[in-house]
Design a binder for this molecule. Structure first.
Ligand code: ADP
Length: 408
């Protein structure tokens, strides 16, 4: 059979043209992704830098002012700005986990009202600061979900915070839920700036923003809605955006499968409730190569009344643990010379080291990371930045049996 007949030639030419077109499309795609990446980096730098100026000013005010109320106001402002920065960085880490399928959900039977309560609590400062009015309308009957309470609350706090951001001062925001055919629909509605019809389709894409000008009034990286969509889908649900057009408000509808009714006793208790830290005095060794991180944590623990020593790498950590004989070691994981996990192993090899409580302190909080620290001999695993309530809970727990006698 001839390979190149007249028809074959036509086909070959068509194939070459298709190749060229495909290559051109691929190049355009790469160029466009590259442009979006550059734009995103500029935006990221801008958004991360924004809170730094008020933080620096706040520090100067605290240093210079003798007036207690001025100092307190300044501290509150710094906490707010720092919180904003922590949220940005957390969102970035979360979206990268969702897109690499590395996000672990802690599913349990939870009640929808708990999710909404927690989300409202998070979004409340933004809503109040903009003078908006918020209505919450939930079904009278409890709605049960098989979900990760914290992650689902993050979905609704993101949507509520967006409503607060994209609505003129003094607006109305509503969050309402209704059940139908084994599903619950939760609507987050505002009377804000609305969304143009041509943006509705892309709004859940990563880095998608209707107004990408760097001068726009509201901060953000354009990843909040991508995160919302990823998290909702991981819960077996869907999310849609509706808007009658610019200036006419927006509605985001999240649909989730409902679980059958369960007795109260099997419900997960909310984990986010703040407890008043109750202090038992402890001897604590903080091991961290980040000097400011170690100093500030130690200072905080001392203010709570504890006795604290510091080490700056794994080797020094093992030596100080032997000399100082702490009850608790807060061990950073990534450190030069000897990392925290190896330092923990060395401590555990010693007779005096078997009864210490060692808590890994790290930026990595996936199940696999927790398994690694457990395997190295850690008794707990806290993710930085450390939540003071969580830490206080650990410090309150009884030290290991026989610790005092075995060590002294
Ligand atoms: P960010 O708010 O950081 O820009 P998001 O992913 O949360 O990123 O939102 C993407 C874009 O969707 C926003 O930039 C904004 O243009 C638009 N948007 C989100 N929520 C609303 C809302 N409630 N009303 C109007 N526009 C919104």
């Amino acid at each position: 059979m001839p390979i190149f007949g007249p028809d074959g030639e036509v086909e070959a030419v068509a194939g070459t043209t298709r190749d060229v077109t495909d290559r051109k499309a691929a190049e355009d795609f790469l160029r466009e992704s590259d442009r979006r990446k550059d734009e995103f980096l500029a935006l990221l730098a801008h958004e991360l830098r924004n809170p730094l100026a008020p933080l620096r000013n706040g520090l100067q005010v605290v240093r210079m002012s003798q007036d207690q109320s001025v100092r307190e106001r300044s501290q509150e402002m710094m906490e707010r700005q720092l919180g904003h920065m922590v949220r940005l960085v957390d969102d970035l880490l979360d979206i990268s986990r969702v897109s690499r399928n590395k996000m672990d959900l802690r599913m349990s039977r939870i009640v929808l009202s708990e999710v909404i309560r927690s989300a409202v609590e998070t979004a409340r400062p933004a809503i109040d600061a903009a003078g908006h009015h918020l209505d919450v309308a939930l079904p009278r009957e409890a709605v049960y979900l098989n979900a990760d309470l914290i992650r689902l609350a993050q979905v609704f706090s993101n949507l509520l915070t967006n409503s607060a951001k994209y609505t003129e001062r003094g607006g109305r925001i509503q969050i309402a839920a209704k059940t139908q055919d084994g599903m619950v629909s939760i609507l987050v509605q505002d009377n804000g700036i609305g969304i143009p019809a041509n943006s509705l389709k892309t709004i859940f894409d990563m880095f998608s923003q209707v107004d990408r000008s760097i001068e726009r009034a509201t901060g953000g990286l354009g990843i909040g809605l991508a995160l919302v969509k990823g998290l909702v889908e991981m819960h077996g649900g869907t999310v849609e955006a509706h808007s009658p057009g610019p200036g006419r408000g927006s509605t985001f509808t999240v649909r989730l499968p409902i679980m059958e009714r369960m007795p109260e006793s099997t419900l997960a208790r909310p984990t986010a409730t703040e407890e008043r830290p109750q202090v038992v005095i402890r001897r604590i060794l903080v091991v961290d190569d980040n000097r400011d991180g170690a100093e500030s944590l130690a200072e905080m623990l001392r203010l709570l009344g504890h006795d604290v020593e510091i080490a700056h790498d794994g080797i020094e950590g093992v030596r100080k643990a032997e000399e100082y004989r702490p009850e608790i070691v807060l061990m950073d994981v990534g450190m030069p010379r000897l990392n925290g996990l190896d330092a923990t192993r060395r401590i555990r090899e010693q007779l005096w080291g078997r009864f210490l409580t060692i808590i890994a302190l790290t930026g990595w909080g996936q199940d696999a990371d927790r398994a690694l620290s457990k395997a190295a001999g850690c008794d707990g695993h806290l993710v930085k930045p450390v939540n003071l309530t969580e830490l206080a809970k650990i410090l309150k727990e009884p030290v290991k049996q026989g610790f005092h006698n075995a060590n002294k």
